[in-house]
Design a protein around this ligand. Structure first.
Ligand SMILES: Cc1ncc(COP(=O)(O)O)c(C=O)c1O
Length: 428
């Protein structure tokens, strides 16, 4: 057994009483460590132990990681520890270590990571930094989260760029064809989500980035849902920028994120947001109007100002937590639950319209569906009444229900959701 449940529960009640210092959460987390071994995706005993490491209430069923991931105790404890370090001595610094940790986790170099507070911030830095002029074209999907829609729409409004949209398709090949068909001589950027917030299909980002490169077009990926759900290798993906957060599938503290800017792309991407840190330490204490210090010679030029040691330590603990389980195990468990949900929905035949593709490479932990004749908003209320948190998807009139399944969920929770689906489907 990986985990001493009785000790843990004792400690958990200490946690609940807010005496975090008395609680050796790390010891409990040690017991979920796999030491690089494979854990079966349906090993309920193991995954139940992992579930114990989350304060997430059992009074309701949480199926909305796509909006916000729940953090486990070790992450919460690390945030507290980081704050104590800053607040006991007034020391500043130490947050920089999280840059290297994030780089390793996402398959790039620490020189290619800028710290941000969320996905939106990273997308804005990328969007505003590109040298775009009037009538330059940018390809986005018609299923963007506002975080990847408004920055480009704003440049359309302020700078006259032209947005072209495609609908993500049921297969990776067809999605690629649709993007390809939109490319013209004026196309400058393909700015798509890795996984749209609407229907959750995993887009073929590596192929999209290759297409962009072949056509001399920049690739800017909205990676809100990538890290923590999929194993990432940003170098292999080949994007120019990848904006993400640590507060969804990575299970990190809320208000943490990063922007990947590939090495060499600094000659293209202008830094408009600069300040303490973005000149790479080369700055003149006596600021002279005629002297602008050089930018840091890497992606660190894209962020500046005071950082939080507590949040940075929480991010590092989140990466540790996932690595201790093993990202391969995490990914397989998420995919297993996503697949289980799909199978249960598909068994209801024409009562349900599953919007997320069933193509193996095109789905994972986010699935969206409609129940025939049942408005998604009614179904949302039914779920709330049963203590189940899903997300309604009104974006662009898609009007469906989105279910996210992470490692703290299980098939019993999906079965409970399906009872509500079945009840609604019968009445619909
Ligand atoms: C696909 C997608 N992009 C961007 C965002 C915005 O993320 P953040 O709130 O971290 O800025 C979200 C949030 O749900 C999202 O799902």
């Amino acid at each position: 057994m990986y985990f001493n449940r009785r000790n843990f529960l004792r400690s958990a009640s200490i946690l609940a009483a807010c005496s975090l210092g008395e609680f050796d959460v790390m010891a409990a987390a040690m017991q979920a460590k796999t030491h690089g071994n494979k854990v079966s995706e349906d090993d309920d005993a193991y995954w139940n132990n992992v579930r114990q490491l989350f304060p997430l209430t059992r009074e309701r069923i949480y199926l909305n990681t796509g909006t916000m991931g729940a953090s486990p105790y070790p992450v919460i404890e690390a945030v507290r520890e980081g704050m104590m370090k800053s607040d006991e001595h007034g020391d500043y610094g130490g947050y920089e270590n999280s840059i290297e940790v994030l780089a390793k986790f996402t398959g790039c170099s620490k020189n290619e990571i800028a710290l941000t507070h969320n996905v939106t911030e990273g997308i804005n830095i990328a969007c505003w930094g590109l040298p775009l002029k009037r009538r330059d074209e940018v390809i986005i999907s018609d299923q963007e989260h506002v975080g990847n829609a408004l920055p480009w729409l704003n440049r359309q409004k302020l700078h006259g760029i032209i947005l072209k949209t495609f609908t993500p398709a049921a297969t990776a090949d067809e999605t690629l064809n649709r993007i390809s068909a939109l490319i013209t001589k004026r196309t400058r950027v393909i700015a798509v989500p890795h996984i749209p917030c609407t229907q959750g299909q995993v887009l073929p980002v590596k192929e999209i980035c290759r297409l962009a490169r072949e056509k001399g077009v920049y690739s800017c990926i909205d990676g809100a849902h990538g890290p923590g759900m999929l194993q990432l290798d940003l170098h292999d993906m080949g994007c120019d920028t990848y904006a993400s957060c640590c507060h969804k599938w990575m299970l990190g503290p809320k208000g943490t994120g990063f922007l990947y800017v590939r090495a060499g792309f600094g000659s293209v991407l202008q830094p408009y947001f600069v300040g303490g840190g973005s000149s790479g330490g080369e700055w003149d204490m006596v600021l002279k109007p005629e002297y602008m210090p050089p930018y840091a010679d890497n992606a660190h030029r894209y962020f500046g100002g005071t950082q939080s040691l507590g949040l940075a330590m929480g991010v590092m603990a989140a990466v540790d937590f996932l690595n201790n389980i093993g990202m391969d195990n995490v990914h397989r468990r998420i995919k297993y639950l996503g697949s289980y949900l799909q199978q249960r929905l598909l068994a209801l035949d024409d009562k349900i319209e599953l919007l997320t593709p069933t193509e193996e490479s095109s789905f994972c932990g986010v699935n969206s569906f409609r129940i025939r004749n049942v408005p998604y908003s009614d179904f949302y209320k039914l779920c709330s009444g049963e203590g189940i948190r899903v997300r309604g998807v009104p974006e662009n009139g898609i009007n469906c229900t989105r279910v996210s399944t992470h490692i703290y969920n299980d098939t019993q929770e999906i079965d409970k959701l399906m009872k509500v689906v079945e009840k609604a489907a019968v009445s619909g």
